[in-house]
Ligand binder design. Structure first.
Ligand code: SF4
Length: 182
């Protein structure tokens, strides 16, 4: 199967259909799309560096202890998400900084469940340290935004070289800092 549209290619890949060029998008890739396109490109090449510093400083690391008695992990093809016992998908972030990337990561999980598994769920973005919970619902507008992001991600990861470095407030804590600024 040849599917030119990135969304169609992703869906065909996720459903295990024959596709000439499989296209995978993880939740982290959606997050990085909104954080830094260059970081997304590095991530797509599996340039794995110790991310501990970056995730802690940026407040993006999942708190493994929060809600541990109320959630279970679900691996579904290219995504891995957490379900609360009431069925909602939960994304736990220690900090509410970088809200849009976290919201879009969660929205992608909801979209993926809907489009790949025909499962409709609501989500909750949780910041236990701040005692904050934000409901996230997959509205038509959010669906469109997720699909636009998938197209944007495809465009970036298809490039043969990374987008140029653009200084951001969190570059000092980025795992790829030395690739950009040294
Ligand atoms: S150091 Fe800054 S520009 Fe470079 S990948 Fe990280 S966030 Fe992006």
């Amino acid at each position: 199967m040849t599917a030119a549209d990135p969304v169609d290619r992703l869906l065909a890949t996720a459903r295990g259909e024959p596709v000439d060029e499989p296209f995978r998008v993880t939740g982290v890739m959606v997050q990085y799309y909104y954080v830094c396109e260059r970081e997304l490109w590095f991530e797509s090449r599996n340039l794995e560096i110790d991310r501990e510093n970056a995730t802690v400083v940026r407040g993006t690391r999942v708190d493994e202890t929060a809600y541990s008695d109320k959630r279970e992990n679900l691996n579904l093809g290219m995504i891995s998400l957490d379900l609360l016992d009431d069925g909602r998908v939960v994304e736990v972030k220690p900090s509410s900084t970088l809200t849009e990337p976290a919201e879009m990561q969660l929205s992608y999980y909801l979209w993926y469940l809907d489009r790949v598994a025909d499962i409709q769920r609501d989500g909750v973005l949780a910041h236990p340290r701040e005692r904050k919970r934000e409901p996230v619902v997959l509205t038509a507008e959010r669906k469109d935004k997720v699909e636009t992001a998938i197209g944007g991600i495809h465009e970036i990861v298809s490039q043969s070289s990374p987008p140029p470095a653009e200084e951001k407030p969190f570059c000092d804590s980025c795992a790829y800092h030395d690739f950009c600024w040294c």
